[in-house]
Ligand binder design. Structure first.
Ligand code: 26V
Length: 820
């Protein structure tokens, strides 16, 4: 059901009016960017009405609300997505055509809001989409970074980071809400005073620096249900303007400091993924958005309810990893110091209100703040954490009398550090992992002690993705084809895709399915030519690995295998070889030297291989610059093979794997993260699995027994590949890739050679790749595998994930907004 406003004539008029009011131009005079702004304002007009209706419905129906607290929301572009969810994409496309514009080009004008790094931030964005679509009341709570994820340029094969000034032209899908501003306090000290009224002490925080938190709201549209939820991201402003009389009061220094604090705090997203660095500014960011969000949530609750003891009946806070975990202590502080509750009452409310999701077992990612830093920045909050820790240790002692090992391993404060995961687990009513295997590893390895002490808290919620963005918007040809065959219900009920399985042996259907894949490959080939200047053949196998660059994700394994194939073809030019295009896309954290070196290696191999005419273009290697949500949509749609090759046990879930599957690309992967469940759904015969199991990896890690040098010394072809890293094959500078070579063979820079078992898995990976090639040669067989991947991907919708969170953790009520 679409809105009247989207009727062609009405919409055209609205766009023209907006161009006139915003720019004093006619549409003939306006730039594409201005048209984008005008179109967006027209769309926002409709959204605002639904937004008001939604808030009214929430007011009347008073549902329980989930606050999804996250340092990252990797939203991607909003215009196309909103049109999809408002069921107006087709109409608007036609209206714009009549005005002489191409909706795709207009969409392309939108900056890609990249307030996140990778999986964790994109998951948060998919969850908001599903919450709105399933009629649940939800707020996303985050930070309005002025600069999001950097833009990646590749120069001479190296990654260059360019600032992402996404707010430069103004962002049409946000609304500034200064009337809901909150104050957040840093530093200072705590004065204790006896309060005769209370019959106890009161804690007064003084001498702090204050920052004003200003919320900006972004609308989150549900699919075809008139629901519009809110992503609330906080900006920072100084409290006092620079007043002249500050000089007189001697407050000049403080005024400057407060101004600087406000300026710095929301300036930029930390572009690290999975690596904790202990930066003070990051803790400031965390406390800033957590405090403002909690204050806002409590103020909203109090408007309708007078008993703060029952907060948890109407409100729940989900902490996206440990990043917002300071919420535990901040909620305690607000309940005690501002709402007047005693410790026990406040603790009861807090522990029933907060829940925690773990997204990684990589030990580098664990957040542990030095006590000195923490207590200086957040003195009152730190006091509260000390008391939580004291009481938690008493509980441990009660359960395990005399067992000091347990205290050492589980305490929240230990060794001069505040351990955020321990705080989250001690306080939260739910602790979940993001895929079945990951949750099992948490329970049996990483968080074993916590699981044994409080097993009832632990549960699994396998990740999911939204089919509205990653199929309906990303792959319109396939979306239409599916709807022709099984009707449109899959858009909100993805398991319906199962009905496609009846076409698995239908030649006509398979042919159509593969024709669509081919068209999507042509679309991507065009993009690659325009953006990389490399010509790729859409008839070749598109073998794709796109994700953040990290050693555990093993892009290095992939490119070493490319080198191996290149050697094979050079050595045996007559050998049968199905042409392959290896496509990479990945950003490396700015300070992650090894990751950046791997990018350079991929580009260096690309240079050599792509320009070696003797191999007749059998292999092409492409590194897609600036991989991000918007080009990801095209890449998934065009992939033949989905590379999910992390060292088993390291990838908590993966979500890219699901996007490939949905778009009909079989997985080439290890038994890691959600790959395990993908194989379970689609059947092992429709995936290509290789490598050590997570048990085997963990066993090596704990007990030793793996030596890559044995492989190096016995496998001549592998040795040749490694030698080529340091003999000038891919760079005149023979030292350029020495570190990568060393990392595989000796312990110079680490405690273990080949930390991620690349050589251990190399042969098994090469075999799996052989199976891929053989399978691809069988055209019908491949089409069947591809189609079955789409057909069996129903489990991996974030709608299912969210429903599980609702049923097992949040217990939300459905709200109806649309009046039929
Ligand atoms: C961690 C850190 C550590 C401190 C510095 C900054 C920073 C920024 C982000 C992170 C998060 C890393 C965790 C993460 O992204 N995990 C990914 O979560 C996905 C969604 O659950 C999951 O699919 C991926 O497997 C997992 O790697």
């Amino acid at each position: 059901m679409t809105n009247e406003m989207f009727k062609k004539e009405a919409f055209k008029k609205s766009v023209k009016d907006n161009v006139k009011f915003l720019y004093r131009k006619t549409i003939e005079e306006a730039t594409q960017e201005q048209i984008f702004q005008a179109v967006s304002y027209s769309v926002k007009d409709v959204i605002i009405d639904n937004w008001l209706a939604t808030q009214k419905a929430y007011d009347e129906q008073d549902p329980k609300i989930v606050y999804y607290m996250s340092m990252e929301f990797l939203m991607g572009r909003a215009l196309g997505n909103n049109l999809i969810n408002l069921c107006a994409y087709g109409e608007v496309k036609e209206a714009l055509e009549e005005l002489g514009f191409d909706l795709n080009c207009i969409e392309d004008q939108e900056p890609d809001p990249a307030l996140g790094n990778g999986g964790l931030g994109r998951l948060a964005a998919c969850f908001l989409d599903s919450l709105a679509t399933l009629n649940y009341a939800a707020y996303g709570c985050g930070i309005r970074y002025h600069y999001g994820m950097f833009k990646q340029k590749i120069q001479n094969g190296y990654q260059i980071e360019v600032p992402d000034n996404w707010l430069k032209n103004g962002y049409p899908f946000e609304l500034r809400r200064p009337e809901y501003a909150k104050e957040v306090h840093f530093g200072g000290y705590v004065r204790v005073e006896y309060d005769p009224e209370k019959g106890g002490n009161k804690f007064i925080h003084e001498g702090y620096q204050a920052v004003k938190a200003i919320p900006y709201d972004m609308p989150i549209t549900g699919y075809d249900n008139d629901v519009v939820n809110t992503l609330r991201i906080w900006d920072a402003e100084p409290i006092v303007d620079f007043e002249l009389d500050s000089f007189d009061k001697g407050d000049y220094k403080k005024a400057v400091e407060q101004e600087n604090l406000a300026r710095n705090i929301v300036e930029v997203l930390y572009p690290n993924d999975n690596h904790y660095a202990g930066k003070e500014l990051r803790l400031k960011q965390q406390y800033f958005f957590v405090s403002a969000s909690l204050q806002a949530a409590i103020a909203k609750y109090k408007k309708k309810h007078d008993d703060i003891h029952k907060l948890y009946e109407k409100v729940t806070f989900q902490m996206n990893d440990t990043h917002p975990t300071v919420a535990v202590a901040e909620l305690m502080r607000i309940l005690m110091d501002e709402e007047g509750l005693g410790w026990d009452e406040a603790w009861e409310v807090t522990r029933k209100s907060v829940a925690y999701t773990n997204h990684t077992i990589m030990s580098e990612a664990l957040e542990k703040w030095p006590i000195e830093l923490f207590s200086r920045l957040l003195p009152r909050v730190y006091q509260i954490i000390e008391e939580i820790n004291r009481r938690f240790i008493l509980e441990i002692q009660a359960k395990y009398p005399g067992n000091y090992e347990k205290i050492k391993k589980m305490a929240i404060i230990y060794d001069g550090q505040v351990k955020m995961a321990h705080l989250a687990i001690a306080a939260g009513y739910s602790v979940n992992g993001v895929a079945r295997l990951h949750t099992e590893i948490l329970k049996n390895q990483e968080l074993k002690d916590f699981y044994e002490m409080m097993p009832e808290k632990f549960n699994n919620k396998t990740n999911g993705i939204t089919q509205r963005r990653f199929l309906l918007h990303a792959n319109p040809l396939l979306a239409d084809w599916i709807t022709e065959h099984i009707g449109p219900d899959w858009v909100t009920d993805l398991p319906q895709l199962k009905k496609l399985a009846v076409y698995a042996d239908d030649e006509k259907a398979l042919q159509e399915f593969m024709n669509i894949k081919f068209k999507n490959k042509e679309r991507l080939a065009k993009y690659i030519l325009e953006h990389n200047g490399v010509e790729v053949d859409p008839h070749s196998i598109f073998d794709v690995q796109v994700k953040r660059l990290h050693e555990y994700k093993r892009q290095l394994l992939n490119i070493l295998h490319v080198i191996y194939l290149y050697n094979q073809i050079k050595m045996h030019p007559e050998m049968e070889f199905y042409p392959r295009t290896f496509i990479f896309g990945a950003k490396a954290s700015a300070g992650y030297a090894t990751a950046k070196k791997i990018i350079k290696l991929i580009n260096s191999v690309a240079d050599v291989v792509n320009n070696d005419t003797s191999i007749n273009g059998k292999i092409k290697v492409v590194f897609i610059e600036n991989y991000r949500v918007s080009n990801a949509e095209w890449i998934f749609a065009a992939a033949d093979v989905s590379e999910q090759i992390s060292t088993a046990s390291k990838e908590a879930s993966g979500t890219g794997n699901m996007k490939f599957m949905l778009n009909g690309a079989p997985t080439l992967g290890t038994m890691d993260g959600a790959n395990v469940e993908i194989v379970e759904e689609v059947g092992a015969e429709n995936a290509f699995i290789f490598g050590l199991s997570s048990d085997e990896v963990i066993n090596y890690e704990n007990n030793g027994g793996y030596d890559p040098n044995v492989i190096y010394n016995t496998d001549e072809e592998i040795r040749q590949v490694l030698m080529q890293l340091i003999n000038g094959t891919f760079s005149n500078d023979t030292e350029l890739f020495r570190d990568l070579y060393d990392s595989l063979l000796n312990t110079k820079n680490t405690d273990r050679a080949d930390r991620y078992f690349i050589l251990a898995d190399f042969r098994s990976y090469a075999d799996a790749q052989k199976r891929v090639e053989a399978a691809y040669r069988d055209e019908k067989g491949w089409a069947k595998k591809a189609l079955l991947n789409t057909a069996c991907s129903g489990k991996f919708t974030s709608d299912r994930t969210i429903q599980e969170y609702v049923d097992d953790i949040w217990h939300l009520d459905k709200v109806i907004v649309r009046k039929k």
